[in-house]
Design a protein around this ligand. Sequence first.
Ligand SMILES: Nc1ncnc2c1ncn2[C@@H]1O[C@H](COP(=O)(O)OP(=O)(O)OP(=O)(O)O)[C@@H](O)[C@H]1O
Ligand SMILES: [Mg+2]
Length: 469
Amino acid sequence: MHKAFPRRVRWATFSHSAAFLTSGRDLMTRAIALHDVGKRYGRGPRAVDRFTLSVDPGEFLVLLGPSGCGKSTVLRMIAGLEDITEGELLLDGEPAGHIPPRERDMAMVFQNFALYPSMTSRENIGFPLRLEDPRADRNPRVEATARMLGIEDLLDRFPGQLSGGERQRVAMGRAISRRPSAFLMDEPLSNLDAKLRGHLRAEIARLTAELGVTTVYVTHDQAEAMSLGDRVAVMRGGVLQQVGAPRDTYALPANVFVAAFIGTPRINLLQAVVHAPLDGPMTLDLGRQRIRLPEPLSPDHQLLRIQQGRRLVLGLRSEAVRIAPPSQARPGEAPLTGTVEHMEYQGHEALVHFATGSRPAPVGELEAARPASPVRRRAAGPGTLARLRSRAAGRLVGPLAVLDAPEAPGADERPATAPGDLVVRTGPDVRLRRGAQVPLLVDVAHLYVFDHHGRRVCPAPAELPGFDV
Ligand SMILES: Nc1ncnc2c1ncn2[C@@H]1O[C@H](COP(=O)(O)OP(=O)(O)OP(=O)(O)O)[C@@H](O)[C@H]1O
Ligand SMILES: [Mg+2]
């Protein structure tokens, strides 16, 4: 189990308005769990498949993934707006699939926030309270909510007199005012411009931390997910790929898909073959150059021995490589040479695209929003391998289908046609001439190796027992 999330329940730091909103009752915040949940719309394929996830009370969990991967479907099943085809939903440990949406005490905020156009902001925010108790004075609660959101001045305006961001705040206010025990937010910021999105993102983080209410937040924007979530659950084609703290999904991606989906610029993914001669250093062969793994080998690098001869995918984040001569190598750095292709100036940094003679790994299928075939439903058993091999025979297939063939990227294959195969992050003031040969140092502690199924094999997954090779 993951640890508790203390930052969500900081009672002492509650602002006046948040304290008001949560007073008068015990703060109920929900534990939400999905067990092996599947969802089919009609006779179509599963939009969500064997989905298992627990959200702790007070936790801020982000569902992240490309369009169509099933994020909204998961959220709508939690809200009770969609039936669950298979598996079970538990709220506070109790089966909840049969509970009508209204009785789940959750507030949903949608991308296309619908406010009642003929009601002022005050009436919109107060509307859910009217349903709770028609005779109660709603104004104190509405005003406390508005204070929290910084929209006190807008309470007497109609939606048509508000900007998009202001309308979204009113919609948030409507969700917050009735003190739900969970928030379900479906891309609530995606209709807004970048600046406002950044601003409201910070607001949402502050607000949910103050209220301490369990929140499930859907987005396809990895930066938003990383900055908001206590944990991020990455989905692809209806299947949960990885769930973990933002730092873990970035630093220890479970597979090629997660590695490529999270992080800007995209991680460099190169074809590589492990060479582990008995009488020499272990190397990762990139075609024209090799990365020599420093000795003594780390336990993770030792495990790479069993991948020897297989074609693999090497993942290198742009910050795992720096421009410096071999004489300046620190322990754990290995030299490479790159030819400058072009530079992207970013203001606070620059991205240099190098040609190193490596081939970008043909990971199209592993990186695609949805796997090309139902292969994903099975473990990598013999049936899967046989199918991959037979598809590979045509050589027109999912490019990684051939990766288990024990062959090196040989000289007979076409050289990379991409303008650069390695993007390196550097300071903004570095000046490099196009075509210059530049020495590089790779931090080998921060390289990833993925197998032909796209699964990370280095660093080894935590559940893999350590053994001597
Ligand atoms: N009412 C529906 N009837 C049939 N298929 C549906 C329905 N709603 C969603 N789907 C399908 O289920 C899959 C998942 O859809 P969902 O809306 O959950 O994706 P999403 O991850 O929220 O995507 P987006 O980021 O574009 O909002 C998609 O293939 C979609 O076409
Ligand atoms: Mg959606």
